[in-house]
Design a protein around this ligand. Structure first.
Ligand code: C2E
Ligand code: CA
Ligand code: CA
Ligand code: CA
Length: 280
């Protein structure tokens, strides 16, 4: 029996080695992904309730590996944070999203997405050059800064004084900031005293459990009172059903995002809806 256990342990080690090797290979490929044109952006609508009118879009990064196909951001973003590649990747996302926003502004005017929301990782935010990088990109792309929203997570600002300072400075310069995945961290509420933001994105884990009578419902309802008291906008994330949308609306939510209103999609698909809105 002892021998068997030993074998099993050996097998387990081998599996771990295999996984570590896979991950190392993916990490090596990630280094060239941008230069090889394997990254692209999708856009997911953020809508107003109850009209479902587009109020903005969130920019979501994708990596299409030539052999393995689409790698989810939950896999490659943490890898790129660890290696530091997120700095280059993050700049690329910002620049391309701003370019897209400028194009929409030019071609659709008042009908362009009002807000383009861009995810910023903890590591990017703590980079000393982050604020000036953003300014450079704003200048190069000519984007209207009042249309941009930067989505940050609470761990980003909890762990780092420089990140907190960057958030304050960016808001002073007229950019808007959203606190992402709100409620999933540790000290969400007290954080808001130190780190004023414009928008709270209420995490989908509460929204999907928000059917009347569930614990999620109480949280979702409590948070809306809290945000309005602080003069913040709230966006409910991960809305998948009409029942959820209805409950959120009656609880007082003005903005929502989720598969019910649209999956992350290429810019052209967003444009099709903009053109349709204009004709109506
Ligand atoms: P996130 O910022 O919380 O983005 C929302 C995620 O929820 C997206 O996953 C989106 O596709 C998914 N989602 C939207 N509606 C629904 C719904 O109704 N149901 C469910 N189950 N999911 C929904 P995605 O695109 O896979 O991105 C995962 C995470 O990767 C993002 O979470 C964000 O943390 C990170 N990420 C994505 N793009 C970027 C980026 O450009 N930069 C950085 N730093 N992180 C990014
Ligand atoms: Ca986000
Ligand atoms: Ca989120
Ligand atoms: Ca997330």
């Amino acid at each position: 029996a002892k021998e068997q256990g030993g074998n099993r342990l050996h097998w387990f080690d081998a599996a771990m080695d295999h996984r570590a090797a896979e991950s190392a290979r993916l990490g090596a490929d990630l280094e060239h992904a941008l230069a090889r044109g394997e990254m692209f952006l999708l856009y997911q609508p953020i809508v107003e309730l109850p009209s479902h009118r587009h109020a903005g879009v969130e920019v979501l990064l994708r990596w299409k590996h030539p052999l393995r196909g689409l790698i989810p951001p939950d896999v490659f973003i943490p890898m790129s944070e660890q290696s530091g590649l997120i700095i280059d990747i993050g700049r690329w996302v910002l620049e391309n999203a701003c370019r897209q926003a400028t194009t929409w502004q030019r071609e659709y005017g008042d009908d362009a997405p009002e807000k383009v929301s861009i995810n910023v990782s903890a590591r990017q935010l703590a980079e000393p050059s982050f604020v000036s990088d953003v300014e450079d990109i704003l200048t190069r792309t000519g984007v209207d800064r009042s249309r941009l929203m930067l989505e940050i997570t609470e761990t980003a600002v909890l762990d780092s004084g420089p990140a907190l300072a960057a958030v304050r400075e960016l808001r002073r310069r007229g950019l808007r900031v959203a606190l992402d995945d709100f409620g999933t961290g540790q000290s969400s509420l007290s954080l808001l005293l130190d780190c004023p933001v414009d928008v709270l994105k209420v995490d989908k884990s509460f929204v999907s459990g928000s059917a009347v009578g569930n614990a999620g419902a109480a949280i979702v309802e409590g948070l809306i009172g809290f945000t309005s008291r602080l003069h913040l906008d709230a966006v409910a994330e991960g809305v998948e059903t009409f029942d959820q949308a209805e409950h959120l609306h009656s609880a007082g939510y003005r903005f929502a995002q989720g598969y019910l209103f649209g999956r992350p999609m290429p810019a052209e698909a967003i444009e099709a809806t903009l053109a349709r809105n204009r004709r109506e």
